[in-house]
Structures are given as structure tokens and as C-alpha cells.
Design a protein around this ligand. Structure first.
Ligand SMILES: NC(=O)c1ccc[n+]([C@@H]2O[C@H](COP(=O)([O-])OP(=O)(O)OC[C@H]3O[C@@H](n4cnc5c(N)ncnc54)[C@H](OP(=O)(O)O)[C@@H]3O)[C@@H](O)[C@H]2O)c1
Length: 279
């Protein structure tokens, strides 16, 4: 399917729907990932911080899908920012995942006050040039972080992975990313099923389109050209979240979902995160 691929700013193809594995435990990993592969997922989003790179790597190595067909994303944890540590922990991540390259490597949080994200990113540029990672990018960067990064480094990040859902619509930041050809990936795209999927507008649209509330929300993200990485450990939901390519939302319905924004950030404000503040 062509429509399920996003071409990053260096031309590298990234599936528009991936499985987020934050909080998927070692015991849950096999069922979740095997089911995901069966229904068509090829992209998996993990992080050193999630403490499950090894579990994910083991399942992927066991599967009969070839490495070339997979898209594996991982992230540099805050505590390991700095040039040398970035290289060291990238290699640990590769080892954990039992692979010799990553498709995408991201800085997890800017931790601006600690002043290390530029040199960390320079180490990632080096890894990219050596062919150990196919694309590099960031998470949780606001416009001012991106501006500094683009001023002081060479490679425009391929991706900015940020909290994004209808109740927290970062459309201004997305506009900036779009202008610079930085793909926006929505983390917490379903707002962790903490109320959003029961919103009357979303449930009404679900009835009207004969889809589930999660499918309506994920389709809304795709309509705005975002990549999504919904997390689920539940086989039925994993399948449901992937099957969103057989319908389109009408423009008026997209606009109605846009109007649900209430600035309701669920995660941390990136300006408040420093090395050591998140455990
Ligand atoms: N870069 C960052 O700083 C950052 C931060 C947070 C997350 N992330 C990434 O983004 C991924 C997704 O974000 P998230 O896990 O925070 O939130 P999410 O994907 O919005 O929500 C996950 C929650 O929603 C439930 N769910 C999934 N599909 C559903 C469906 N179809 N219907 C009803 N409920 C459903 C899941 O339950 P079950 O699992 O019980 O089915 C789980 O409790 C993470 O796994 C991680 O990879 C990145």
C-alpha cells in the first residue's frame, strides 16, 4: 500500500502507522508484536527508557519478517545526552534490539537547560553518516528548540515526535514542522483512552462512519499528515488501530475534531524537563 507510507525529508520511507510499545511488558510483548506483524504493522516505536528494547528485539528476530521490511525507532534517554554517551547508548540500543542499524533514532527530550542536545545531535549526525541509522530526529522539541538545532547543526531532523491528540492540538508547532519538512509523529494519539474516545463528537462520528472512536481519531491524525504510533497490548485493538486506510473523513468533520482543542497537555511540558527529572 502506497498510502500508508510517509517519505521522510531524506526520502526514507516510514510507515504512517506504527505500534508504540511504551508500557508493554516483557510478557506481553510477544502476543502484541506477533499480532501486529500478522495484521500488517512493520513499524515499532520503543526507547531505551522503556526498558523493553530487548523484549521487542527478541520477538522481531524470531518473526519471519525480514529486517529490511521493518522500521525500528528508538530514542536516546535524557541521562545519556552528550557526544560520547550518545554513541555509547546508541550501541547499547542496537545490542538490545539485536540489530546492526536503526531506522530512526530520536533525542527523547531536549532538556534545554542542561545544554547538551546540540552535541548529542551531532553524535547522531555522525551515526547517520556512518550508515548506522537511516534517519535522525527529535521528540518533544518546541519551535525554539528546533530553531536552535537547525541553526547549530547540519541535518534538518526528519521527525519531531510530540504529544498530539484532539484535546491538545499543537497545530502551530506542526505548521512550523511542515514548513521545514520535519514529519510530525503524534505520541499519545488516543490520549491513552482517558476520556477522548468517549467524547460525544467522536462517538457520533464513529456511528456515522461505522468505525470505532479510535479509528476516527487516528484517521483525523492521518488527514493532517501526521504519523501515529498508538500503543496497545490488546490484539483486537492492535488490529483496529491499523485498519484505518479504507475510509476518509469529510473536511467538515475534520474541522469539527480540530475544534475540540482545549490545550489539555497530558504529559510533561518539554521546557520543564531536565536531565534526571523523569525516572
Ligand atoms: N517521545 C515521547 O516522549 C513519548 C511519550 C509517550 C509515548 N510515546 C510513544 O507513543 C506511543 C503511544 O502513546 P501512549 O502509549 O502514551 O498513548 P496512546 O497510544 O494514546 O494510548 C494507549 C492506551 O490506549 C489504549 N488503547 C489503544 N488502542 C485502543 C483502542 N482502539 N480503543 C480503546 N483503547 C485503546 C491502550 O490500552 P491497551 O494497551 O490496554 O489495549 C492504552 O491504555 C507510546 O507507546 C510510545 O511509543 C512517546
Amino acid at each position: 500500500m502506497i498510502e500508508d507510507i510517509y517519505y521522510l525529508n531524506n526520502g526514507y520511507p516510514m510507515p504512517k502507522v506504527g505500534l508504540g510499545v511504551y508500557k508493554i511488558s516483557e510478557t506481553e510483548m510477544e502476543t502484541a508484536v506477533m499480532h501486529a506483524l500478522e495484521v500488517g504493522y512493520r513499524a515499532f516505536d520503543t526507547a531505551y527508557f522503556y526498558n523493553n528494547e530487548q523484549a521487542l528485539g527478541q520477538v522481531l528476530s524470531k518473526s519471519d519478517v525480514s529486517r529490511d521490511d521493518l522500521f525500528i525507532t528508538s530514542k536516546l534517554w535524557n541521562d545519556y545526552q552528550g557526544y560520547d554517551q550518545t554513541i555509547e547508548y546508541f550501541n547499547k540500543t542496537l545490542n538490545n534490539l539485536d540489530t546492526d542499524y536503526l531506522d530512526l533514532f530520536l533525542i527523547h527530550w531536549p532538556c534545554e537547560e542542561d545544554g547538551l542536545f546540540i552535541e548529542s545531535y551531532k553524535a547522531m549526525e555522525q551515526l547517520y553518516k556512518e550508515g548506522k541509522v537511516r534517519a535522525i530526529g527529535v521528540c518533544n522539541f518546541k519551535q525554539h528548540h528546533l530553531e536552535q538545532l537547525m541553526d547549530e547543526t547540519e541535518i534538518v531532523p526528519a521527525v519531531n515526535q510530540i504529544e498530539f491528540h484532539p484535546y491538545f492540538n499543537q497545530y502551530k508547532l506542526q505548521k512550523f514542522c511542515d514548513k521545514h519538512d520535519i514529519a510530525v509523529t503524534a505520541w499519545m494519539p488516543l490520549m491513552r483512552n482517558q476520556g477522548l474516545l468517549d467524547d460525544p463528537l467522536i462517538t457520533d462520528l464513529a456511528k456515522r462512519y461505522d468505525k470505532t472512536p479510535a479509528q476516527i481519531v487516528l484517521r483525523w491524525h492521518l488527514a493532517h499528515n501526521r504519523i501515529v504510533i498508538p500503543k496497545s497490548k490488546t490484539p483486537e485493538r492492535i488490529e483496529e488501530n491499523y485498519n484505518i486506510f479504507d475510509f476518509n473523513l469529510e473536511l467538515t468533520d475534520i474541522a469539527e475534531i480540530d475544534s475540540l482543542d482545549r490545550g489539555a497537555r497530558q504529559g510533561k511540558d518539554p521546557d520543564e524537563v531536565r536531565i534526571g527529572t523523569l525516572k
